[in-house]
Design a protein around this ligand. Structure first.
Ligand code: ADP
Length: 244
């Protein structure tokens, strides 16, 4: 089905009997300059994300969800603390090393699909793999597998404008996991869809997470979806808090 070993349930790499997180944020600090002062967003935030697990990040607007995602996805650097992906501390690496880890180790899904309009569904999924050095034929093979897994085999030659909102988002999810990342970060991935389509896209995403073992963090305002995930977290006073 996919090129990664399949794991049916949320599992985790085990080292000396301990679960080892795929993504770990440790005592992370991030603030932004605001006038004369500092706007402190994260103040010693901790988060562990394990293989094959789906975690909902639910917090009001402005709480720092995007900031947390950007730090986890190596798009920004923390001012303090560590961001560890697959055992590697990334916050002190140089930009080239961070870009290399981001390209293959992290997948992103956004609220708006961000697919390239002039390319087909197949090409949108094949391109990130080719950027990472795969031959076109191999990249397209994997893209076809992923499209088929997302039940989009019939749509491979459609351009984004020729796909429905739900289909576009499923292509975007397939693209995000094209390079078999360890971590998947999704910022309101169904925020733009009606409830029924949201549920369908969410179920496709869940199946993919379970089958690939990727660790997924999803920012969402949709409590219906949040309830279906393994854990729910929020941000309070700059820290990550587990919700019931
Ligand atoms: P959320 O995603 O939860 O809505 P964000 O992480 O986007 O929250 O933002 C948290 C706070 O940090 C907001 O008040 C926002 O205005 C501020 N902020 C985010 N990014 C920047 C930036 N690059 N420069 C200055 N302030 C920022």
């Amino acid at each position: 089905m996919m090129n990664k070993p399949t794991k049916p349930v949320a599992g985790a790499a085990v080292e000396g009997g301990e679960r080892v997180p795929v993504l770990s944020l440790q005592n992370v600090f991030r603030s932004y300059a605001e006038g004369d002062g500092e706007l402190e967003i994260l103040k010693g935030a901790n988060l562990n994300l394990y293989e094959g697990e789906m975690v909902a990040l639910v917090a009001p607007s402005g709480a720092g969800k995007s900031t947390l995602m950007h730090l986890a996805g190596l798009l920004e650097r923390p001012q303090g603390g560590e961001v560890i992906i697959a055992g590697k501390e990334c916050s002190t690496l140089n930009d080239d090393a961070r870009t290399a880890i981001r390209r293959t180790g992290v997948g992103f899904v956004y609220q708006f699909h961000q697919l390239l309009p002039e390319f087909t569904a197949l090409e949108n999924i094949a391109l990130p793999q080719m950027i990472c050095g795969l031959k076109r034929a191999d990249a397209e093979d994997r893209a076809r597998q992923l499209l088929s897994y997302m039940r989009l085999a019939e749509r491979e030659s459609h351009r984004p404008a020729e796909l429905s909102g739900g289909e576009q988002q499923r292509v975007a999810i397939a693209r995000a996991v094209a390079n078999a990342p360890r971590v998947l970060l999704a910022d309101e991935p169904t925020g733009n869809l009606d409830p029924k389509t949201s549920q369908y896209v969410f179920e496709a995403l869940t199946a993919l997470v379970r089958a690939s073992g990727v660790a997924a963090l999803l920012a969402t305002h949709n409590m219906e979806l949040a309830r279906q995930m393994d854990r729910r977290i929020t941000l309070r006073n700059g820290k990550v808090i587990e919700l019931p």
